[in-house]
Design a binder for this molecule. Structure first.
Ligand code: TNX
Length: 510
């Protein structure tokens, strides 16, 4: 008992240790993508054991997920509270506002960090989630000795420039299982990416179970580039991916590439071929040699079944029909094929996205042309009233080598160093395609040369951070020197998450 005064003193010191000098300049925060506006107030908030997250009933699941994330990051004990209890060392208030947050979109949020309280508000849970990513980036990578996590105070008002900020993973050339896709989703969600496009079928493998055409996966999914065992997602697997993505406010865009890039389907069902004969499975990396037989009625039954089954499992608005590099499909066959497939996709209540070649066909105005190679194709889409999704290969293809010494990747479009990935502007890339025509940016990772998660991470990071800033941050907030400086500190978070990123030589790492 005679130790009591001493223990009290220790307890008081512990509670005062949040008063120790700590980061107080919010302007110095290593945020990527950089937010729209920051007003530093030069104090600090302290996240610690017992910090309370306050929510109304309807946000309880969100708050619990947030609690889990904060606890996993810090090892702290965070508390979620529905009432007005005000005890606790510091407080985070979550709130969904009605439509009164100006005319910003649903992902806009405000993070107001005071000494004892943080207010995070948005119109939608997605917006709260984007704000949470900002808060996570504001946390130091290690706490003080007494497990206090300081955050510089101030107000961050933020909203994305573009509604569609995407990444694509090619699971056909090499197959990646559900756990890899989940990690991929976790990592892209950190960068406020909100769409994940899965390239589910190509010459080398069909990766999504279609109940009405089972050979697509049992045969067509049984190999990959280089002849490995391949693999596929059962419908249950796919739904699990969709749900996991939803929990990170990421929308899945499924792609079935057609009429070209279809060798795996053609090998599985002879009736899809004009000569009625199945080719062998393909494990090489050539493109442009396969086509569905566009004059056969059974092909449209096939497409209808595939779109119907996948659309039924896909809550997002888009269905990607591929349409690229159909070099062995005559244009007079290609155009009516795309138009019929567009009708099928529309019948199942989805909007078409396709690679830029699809603009040869007559497109609906709610269609999206994904510009990867030919500006004139993208402009033809714009002339028809469609939006353009920007994936210029020489800037955003994540399978391009960083330079000639990079062991992984290709270089047909360019070598893409980090500065090159960052230094361009979506609005001036193609004369005639302005902000009003652009849906957003998507960074595709093709996987001819990529075989495992480490390799994925190496090609994706840090380039995806550059692209995320281009699609999220306003032009005035973008600056290469500032970005690369932030990246040096941001990399500490990547290390904590064990991300195998490329330490680009154009960045001055400390
Ligand atoms: C071109 S991009 C392709 C893909 C390849 C990629 C490799 C596009 C629409 N087609 O089939 O995987 O190049 O970089």
């Amino acid at each position: 008992m005679k130790n009591l005064p001493f223990l009290l003193l220790i307890a008081m010191l512990a509670s005062f240790s949040c008063e120790k000098p700590a980061p107080t300049d919010l302007n110095k925060a290593a945020l990527i993508p950089f937010p729209k506006e920051i007003f530093p107030t030069h104090e600090r908030f302290c996240l610690q054991n017992g910090t309370v997250i306050h929510v109304q009933e309807h946000l309880l699941p969100f708050a619990e997920a947030m609690e889990e994330t904060l606890e996993a990051t810090t090892n702290l004990d965070i508390v979620v509270e529905r009432g007005d209890i005000t005890s606790g060392p510091s407080h985070i208030y979550l709130e969904l506002l009605g439509d009164d947050m100006d005319d910003e979109g649903p992902e806009a949020y405000e993070l107001n960090i005071k000494k004892k309280k943080i207010y995070l508000v948005s119109k939608s849970e997605a917006g709260l989630f984007r704000g949470l990513q900002t808060l996570l980036q504001l946390l130091p990578t290690t706490p003080t000795e007494d497990n206090h996590w300081f955050v510089a105070s101030g107000v961050i008002t933020d909203a994305p420039q573009y509604d569609y900020r995407g990444a694509m993973l090619d699971v056909s050339r090499h197959f990646f299982g559900v756990d890899d896709v989940k990690r991929f989703i976790d990592l892209i969600a950190l960068c406020k990416i909100n769409y994940l496009h899965l390239h589910l079928a190509d010459d080398q493998g069909w990766r999504i179970e279609i109940k009405s055409w089972p050979n697509l996966t049992t045969h067509g999914g049984s190999t990959q580039v280089g002849g490995g065992p391949g693999g596929y997602y059962t419908q249950e697997d796919y739904q699990e991916i969709v749900r996991y993505a939803q929990s990170r406010y990421v929308t899945i865009v499924p792609e079935i590439d057609m009429p070209g890039h279809t060798n795996a389907a053609l090998a599985s069902y002879p009736e899809l071929n004009c000569n009625g004969m199945s080719p062998a499975l393909y494990t090489g990396t050539e493109v442009g040699f396969s086509t569905l037989c566009t004059s056969k009625e059974i092909v449209y039954q096939f497409v209808d079944d595939v779109v119907r089954e996948i659309a039924a499992m896909t809550p997002g608005p888009y269905f990607h029909i591929g349409g690229d590099e159909s070099h062995v499909t005559a244009l007079e066959d290609y155009i009516p094929f795309i138009e019929r497939v567009q009708d099928i996709v529309t019948k199942y209540d989805k909007q078409v996205i396709g690679w830029d070649e699809i603009s040869h066909a007559e497109l609906r105005e709610d269609g999206v042309v994904q510009y990867w190679a030919m500006a004139e194709n993208a402009l033809r889409g714009v002339a028809q009233g469609t939006k353009v999704l920007l994936s210029p290969a020489h800037k955003v293809y994540l399978d391009m080598q960083y330079d000639s010494t990079t062991e992984l990747g290709l270089h047909w479009a360019a070598y893409i160093e980090l500065d090159s990935a960052y230094l361009w502007s979506p609005e001036t890339l193609v004369p005639g395609i302005g902000k009003e025509n652009i849906l957003g940016i998507e960074s595709p990772l093709w996987t001819e040369t990529i075989t495992n998660m480490d390799e994925i991470e190496y090609m994706v990071f840090p380039r995806l951070l550059a692209h995320a800033e281009l699609s999220w941050s306003p032009a005035e907030a973008r600056n290469w020197g500032h970005f690369s400086g932030r990246l040096v500190r941001y990399a500490e978070h990547l290390k904590r998450l064990d991300v195998d990123y490329y330490a680009s030589p154009v960045v001055t790492w400390k």
